[in-house]
Design a binder for this molecule. Structure first.
Ligand code: ADP
Length: 478
């Protein structure tokens, strides 16, 4: 059963059949209630018609034998049973071979109809229920009143219903069934076909065609599904791509230092670097290159922890002014040797909530970049201020700047502007980490730059409100 009715088509059809059946049953019940009076009348109406066609002829009768003959003839003509009753209700004549003759009938209903006619029901001697239409007949030879009755067995309501109303209802049900089959087919092509195409796209992706997408078609729900599927497929493709890029970048970035380490260690081993100076140089290069690799691997580990959601951040009230001062002090020697003026412009107090060490890493990275990309005689300024619940730190340099087309990509992992002008510093992970840290603090970092004039990196962090410092202090106490 489950397998047979598992397709959308058959389920739709099944639901239609259920609806049709429920409708038919309700309509039948309703009809039964409404047609009951019609049903009660319909039998006596026929009898009345038969009686009215016969009675005028009775008036010319003058002998009982003639009367009986005429009644028998009428019964045959009208296809009805005709009785003649005397004034006590005893049957004097029965067109049905005189079966009930001499029986007394008890008329249970007696409703006058028109002129001198009446109708009703009675219980036959055998116990069956009958209906009748009666009219007075010519008097008997003894002068007593007589009644002619056209009688018919009372049909059961359900039998009457089955005979008269069920066939059209069944026909209607059949037509509805055929229509619902067509409708189910129509809806199948309307809903199931676009759904099927989404499934096909999923299948194609599963088989490696990562560029496959579902067509946006069909009813809006299916369109929404196709749209979500395509978004997801796009993300999966991007994730795949970035994974491939990462492996390519890591291998590429490791290759150069490893080649130099290999070369210089070889020189030490085979005695090519014989002089103490040459040996010292080889050792220095090996040390520098391994440090460079260490920094890269550390950066990658930090990013991997961010990706895995395992990066734990402290949430403490951090005084930004002392943090900035410490950073500037630390980088002052580097600025001095690059002959770059380093300036700090901050108010007395600025507080944010977060991880002081990570925030220091962000500021040091941006300051370091600023100094590294600024020519001698240039200047790097750090300015901070609070604005509408946000603390804004801007690091501005008068350096070489970043081309507009590269600007949107500088926060990407391993992205470096013009590799040829590299200062042999990082590998393009510094800004990626910076952005991860800032966003983990609920903040943003944006870069603006004009080639030849300089760059400005603005970090915005939510300012620490008094309500926030409360629980954080409590946390510290705990
Ligand atoms: P790296 O660690 O290699 O410096 P980053 O992620 O910090 O990498 O920076 C990415 C790229 O952005 C670098 O290639 C660098 O050229 C460029 N960049 C970053 N800061 C500045 C700046 N202040 N001025 C000019 N270029 C910059």
């Amino acid at each position: 059963m489950m397998v047979v009715f598992s397709s959308l088509n058959s389920r739709l059809f099944l639901s239609y059949v259920a609806v049709i059946l429920v409708c038919l049953v309700l309509v039948s019940l309703g009809l039964l209630v409404f047609v009951q009076p019609v049903w009660a009348l319909s039998a006596t109406r026929q009898l009345e018609a038969a009686a009215r066609a016969t009675l005028p002829r009775l008036r010319q009768i003058d002998s009982p034998a003639q009367l009986h003959g005429l009644l028998a003839q009428a019964a045959e003509e009208q296809g009805a049973r005709v009785l003649l009753l005397d004034e006590t209700g005893t049957v004097r004549f029965d067109s049905d071979d005189g079966e009930w003759v001499a029986e007394a009938l008890e008329l249970v209903q007696h409703t006058p109809v028109g002129q001198a006619g009446f109708q009703g029901a009675f219980t036959a001697p055998d116990g069956g229920r009958w209906v009748f239409f009666g009219q007075p007949a010519p008097r008997s030879p003894g002068g007593t009143p007589q009644t002619v009755m056209f009688v018919a067995p009372r049909e059961h309501l359900l039998a009457w219903f089955a005979e008269n109303l069920l066939p059209p209802l069944a026909q209607a049900g059949l037509i509805a069934l055929v229509l619902s089959m067509l409708l189910a087919l129509l809806i199948r092509t309307w809903i199931a076909a676009p759904l099927h195409r989404v499934a096909e796209a999923a299948e194609a992706i599963a088989h490696g065609a990562t560029g496959a997408r579902a067509p946006i078609a069909g009813p809006s729900e299916v369109q929404a599904l196709a749209h979500s599927f395509n978004t997801m497929a796009g993300r999966v493709e991007a994730a795949h791509q970035s994974q491939r890029d990462l492996v390519a970048n890591v291998s590429h970035e490791l290759k150069t230092p490893l080649t130099s380490i290999q070369g210089f260690s070889q020189a030490l081993l085979d005695g090519t670097a014989q002089t103490p100076e040459a040996a010292a140089r080889a050792a220095r290069v090996i040390h520098e290159q391994s440090e460079h690799m260490c920094r890269m691997v550390e950066s990658l580990l930090v990013l991997a922890r961010f990706d895995a959601g395992q990066m734990t951040m402290e949430r403490q009230a951090v005084g930004l002014v002392p943090l900035l001062r410490t950073c500037v002090d630390k980088l002052m020697p580097q600025a001095e040797s690059a002959q770059v003026t380093l300036e700090l412009d901050v108010p007395d107090r600025l507080t944010v909530v977060g991880d002081a060490d990570r925030l220091a890493q962000v500021l040091a990275n941006l300051l370091d970049n600023g100094i590294a990309h600024t020519h001698a005689g240039g200047r790097v300024t750090v300015a901070a201020r609070q604005e509408k619940g946000q603390v804004e730190v801007a690091i501005t340099d008068s350096g070489e700047g970043i081309p507009a087309e590269e600007l949107p990509r500088i926060f990407e992992r391993f992205y470096q502007v013009d590799r040829s002008r590299r200062h042999n510093r990082g590998v393009g992970l510094g800004l990626a980490i910076t952005r991860e840290i800032v966003e983990a603090h609920g903040g943003t970092v944006v870069a603006e730059s004009v080639v030849g004039l300089g760059s400005k990196f603005t970090v915005r962090l939510p300012a620490c409100t008094d309500e926030e410092t409360g629980p954080i202090k409590k946390q510290e106490e705990a």
